[in-house]
Design a protein around this ligand. Structure first.
Ligand code: BTN
Length: 258
């Protein structure tokens, strides 16, 4: 069965879309098929059996309570900045779908208050005809009990944070509609402008943070002061400004997650 994304108003992203009732992971699916699919192809579902998060974590996304969507970008040029524009696009789309205020926790968790409503995982497949996949997971209908049962203490859904429950396809269209103009700005040399927009939505900037390695060790502490041209978070440690790369670390705030 395919389902249309009827609210799309884009020219390149999502013009071809593949809906799956259930799939292992929309990112894995696009990585397997991407070589033969056109730029802008979207794979979306309400049920992943092996959803993946950043830094090797799992992403819980069964039961049609959340949207999982991945977008294919070809060629690889400029796609290293996808985490930044995807964060911005989802933040804008969430603000449009609900009356609440959403912000970004570096690199691209989308928060409402202190609760994470969305996560983003951008991956690439290298080679002559390399491509990138931007994967976005949005919690829509889960309850506080569900998150408690799964041990996700800082997770929220659009339903728990705002009481609203947009459909999967409406949410997917809103995100892609926001992503396309940001992608075109990036492609056309507008990185500076995008970084300014990102910084204005990023709650991490200006905060005291700890940089945490995948094994849980803290590698450094300091004040987050900005985003570098390559997407690294700039941290003032007191002894100098240190760039940290999203591929290897997470940041924690004074109260734990934020
Ligand atoms: C994170 O916060 O750690 C990132 C979560 C990314 C989840 C999305 S859901 C769609 C796509 N498919 C996956 O397997 N992961 C991403």
């Amino acid at each position: 069965m395919n389902r249309e994304l009827k609210d799309l108003n884009t020219r390149e992203l999502g013009r071809r879309s593949v809906y799956r009732e259930c799939v292992d992971s929309t990112n894995s699916w696009l990585k397997r098929k991407g070589a033969r699919l056109p730029h802008g192809t979207v794979c979306w579902t309400g049920c992943q059996t092996d959803g993946r998060g950043r830094l090797g974590r799992k992403w819980y996304s069964g039961k049609h309570e959340s949207l999982s969507i991945s977008v294919l970008f070809k060629p690889l040029d400029k796609t290293e900045m996808l985490p930044i524009i995807c964060g911005l696009a989802v933040c804008q789309a969430m603000n449009e779908l609900s009356d609440n205020d959403f912000c970004i926790k570096w690199p691209n968790d989308i928060l409402c208050g202190e609760l994470k409503v969305c996560g983003i995982l951008c991956e690439s497949v290298s080679g002559d005809r390399g491509f990138a996949v931007a994967g976005i997971g949005v919690n829509l209908l889960q309850t506080e009990e569900t998150f408690k049962r799964e041990g996700l203490t800082y997770a929220g859904s659009l339903h728990t944070v705002s009481g609203c429950a947009p459909t999967l396809d409406k949410t997917a269209s809103a995100i892609i509609n926001r992503l396309e103009p940001l992608w075109l700005t990036l492609k056309n040399g507008g990185l500076e402008k995008l970084l300014k927009q990102y910084e204005s939505k990023c709650m991490t900037i200006g905060r005291e943070v700890s940089v945490v390695l995948p094994n849980g060790d803290i590698s450094l502490k300091g004040r987050a002061v900005g985003i570098a041209g390559d997407g690294c978070l700039l941290i003032d440690t007191g002894g100098g400004i240190v760039p940290v790369n999203a591929g290897q670390v997470a940041v924690r705030g004074p109260r734990g997650y934020v």
